[in-house]
Design a binder for this molecule. Structure first.
Ligand code: AMP
Length: 209
């Protein structure tokens, strides 16, 4: 099954995509993760996108589309995949339709006050990608990863000003994708407000799994 996960930053797309990809045995393809890894490794791509990401803006369509098109050619996508954070603009969605066949877009819905709470409290163990939340999913020792004891960080784009910018960018550029996929009749909607296990159960039901 080829899936696109849609929804504002902070709705839990990444968490759900990781879990479902694991269960289905398909890759979880997050353009945000790919860009973050490029920044961490200071590659050419990383240098190009670092400042854009930190401000909460969008990486140019051309670059992002080419990256995903290449990624989908890899053999691990044969049984399906979950795209998380792509497409994020109408041109990206149109380009995707040119080189992929999407079975469902899954739309995660959450109100803005809750998104801000989730994003501003998020903490990450950078080497593993494990995420915590200072209030909703705190580590055993404040500021430290449960498994390694290493320090947790706050993503630069989870600082208040970037969060506001990301939510604005979402409304302007990404929210129109909801109608794009609704018009195709392939979209399912999941309420992202409940606890993770409950959101996951609704996601599976919505997809008939
Ligand atoms: P995410 O982890 O999905 O919140 O993505 C983090 C950041 O990576 C975004 O704020 C953008 O700067 C960049 N990014 C990720 N996916 C895309 C995309 N499809 N198009 C443009 N920029 C993206």
């Amino acid at each position: 099954m080829n899936l696109v996960f849609l929804g504002p930053p902070g709705a839990g797309k990444g968490t759900m995509a990781t879990r479902l990809a694991d269960d289905l045995g398909v890759p979880h393809i997050s353009t945000g993760d790919i860009f973050r890894a490029a920044v961490a490794n200071a590659t050419e791509l990383g240098k190009q996108v670092k400042a854009i990401m930190e401000s909460g803006g969008l990486v140019p369509d051309e670059l992002t589309i080419a990256l995903v098109e290449e990624r989908l050619k890899e053999s691990d996508t044969a049984k399906g995949y979950i795209l998380d954070g792509f497409p994020r603009t109408i041109p990206q969605a149109e380009a995707l339709d040119g080189f992929a066949s999407i079975d469902h877009a899954v739309r995660f819905v959450l109100e803005e006050a809750e998104l801000i709470k989730r994003l501003s409290g998020r903490r990450v163990h950078k080497p593993s990608g494990r995420t915590y939340h200072v209030e909703f999913n705190p580590p055993k020792v404040a500021g430290k990863d449960d498994l390694t004891g290493e320090p947790l960080i706050q993503r630069p784009d989870d600082q208040e000003e970037s969060i506001r910018n990301r939510l604005e960018v979402y409304e302007e550029q990404t929210a129109p994708l909801v109608s794009y996929y609704a018009d195709k009749g392939t979209m399912v909607t999941v309420d992202a407000a409940p606890k993770p296990d409950d959101v996951y159960a609704s996601l599976k039901t919505a997809l008939g799994l």
